[in-house]
Design a protein around this ligand. Structure first.
Ligand code: NAP
Length: 324
């Protein structure tokens, strides 16, 4: 697999990803609860978002069973096919949804995931959240079985605390399998993983962080601060305190600095926010911005084409330290 951008190992695995991937929750077609989060995108638009992402140099995609009960996985597969990609040309991460399910469901449903993504194989299979009806140990044993049977290549988790991540790591480590990644909420307006132990533990165990909502659902770009009219149509985001008046006031200093740096580097605010995320912690953080427009995909992949100076990264660090 060729990429014009630097590739990073996911954890101690041989899975080599570009620092930016594409988040595919937006492809859920309004099916099920998670699917209602973003508007309905037609296949034609999805195909364009995926092809712009590939042209922009990314080599991997993050989806999940929960994203429209397979709708996102199926739309992604169609778009990759449309873009002329063969199995193995790009990497796919998907997720098993654990709530109200036992670990045995992992092996029971893997065929459905493979079918939804067919013909593209599952490179990274993640546990979406730590809340299944089975112990972490049994969940990881089921994942190890899928890896032994070569139904998936690598194993990751998502929304795991420092301790649950360590427990998962230990179970896999006994079998000689590395835990590749923990996919968690991380952006300039939410840096909690730097204070709750997740980042430190990930560094210690050499587990990559996959930053989800890396643009704070668009907020960090400043578009809502600049144009409050846009707040009238933000869907589920209206329930978040970050999108209310006080939240907007709190994020304004960070947004202003992001915009100032965008001018300095002649890039977009989204590119500044993503560039900080993928470089501030060395190579251990990769990010999966979602897109509802073609321009988003073009801009977000452009975040890999320059590098903020250490001094400017420190300025962003200081400005956003209240969000730790
Ligand atoms: N593991 C988990 O529990 C979990 C949870 C959430 C998300 N995720 C994953 O992470 C991915 C990304 O997270 P997310 O979608 O929550 O948040 P995000 O990537 O921070 O924000 C995406 C939204 O920001 C806006 N946007 C994107 N690029 C932009 C740009 N260049 N300029 C201006 N606005 C831009 C778009 O919203 P508008 O439509 O308003 O323009 C887009 O839908 C998801 O697709 C999913 O794969 C995982």
């Amino acid at each position: 697999m060729n990429s014009r951008h630097d590739l990073r190992n996911l954890g101690r695995t041989n899975m080599m990803v570009t620092p930016i991937g594409l988040g595919c929750l937006q492809f859920s077609k309004q099916k099920n609860i998670a699917g209602k989060v973003w508007p309905f995108l037609e296949n034609d638009l999805i195909n364009k978002i995926v092809s712009h992402s590939i042209e922009g140099g990314i080599n991997w995609f993050d989806t999940a069973e929960m994203y429209g009960k397979g709708e996102s996985e199926r739309a992604l597969s169609i778009a990759l096919n449309q873009a002329g990609k063969k199995p193995g040309d790009v990497l796919i991460a998907t997720k098993w949804f654990p709530v109200l399910r036992f670990a045995s469901n992992i092996t029971k449903t893997i065929g459905q995931r493979i079918k939804a993504l067919s013909p593209y194989p599952i490179d990274l299979y993640q546990i979406h959240q730590p809340w299944s009806l089975s112990s972490e140990k049994n969940v990881m044993k089921a994942m190890a079985e899928l890896s032994d049977r070569k139904l998936i290549k690598y194993i990751g988790v998502s929304n795991y605390s420092a301790q649950t991540m360590k427990n998962a790591w230990e179970t896999l480590d006994k079998k000689g399998i590395p835990l590749a990644s923990n996919q968690v909420l991380y952006n300039l307006l939410n840096r909690k993983i730097e204070s709750n132990g997740v980042m430190d533990m990930a560094k210690k165990l050499e587990i990559s962080i996959i930053a989800y909502s890396p643009l704070a659902q668009g907020l960090v770009t400043g578009k809502f601060h600049d144009n409050p009219e846009l707040l009238k149509d933000i869907g589920f985001r209206k329930y978040s305190s970050q999108f209310k008046r006080k939240g907007l006031e709190k994020s304004l200093p960070v947004v202003n600095l992001v915009k100032e740096l965008a001018q300095k580097y002649n890039v977009t605010p989204s590119q500044i926010a993503l560039n900080w995320l993928i470089n501030y912690n060395g190579n251990m953080v990769v990010a999966i911005p979602g897109a509802t427009k073609e321009i988003h995909a073009r801009e977000n992949t452009g975040a890999m084409s320059f590098r903020l100076s250490d001094e400017d990264m420190d300025r962003l660090d200081k400005a956003s330290t209240i969000f730790k």
